[in-house]
Design a binder for this molecule. Structure first.
Ligand SMILES: [Zn+2]
Length: 50
């Protein structure tokens, strides 16, 4: 498992971490999740950062 940080695409705040399986890393799966951002005070798209 690899821990990835999820960053708000609107303000850049890093709000969440999640796990990727080895298979997801090998397949270069890009995570894009809608999450609540405390800074934007609403649900926004979150992308993974290195
Ligand atoms: Zn935000």
């Amino acid at each position: 498992m690899q821990i990835v940080t999820m960053e708000c695409e609107v303000c850049g705040e890093r709000n969440y971490t999640t796990n990727k399986t080895k298979e997801m890393v090998q397949q270069r799966v890009k995570l894009n999740i809608k999450k609540f951002c405390p800074r934007c005070k609403k649900h926004t798209a979150h992308k993974e950062v290195k």
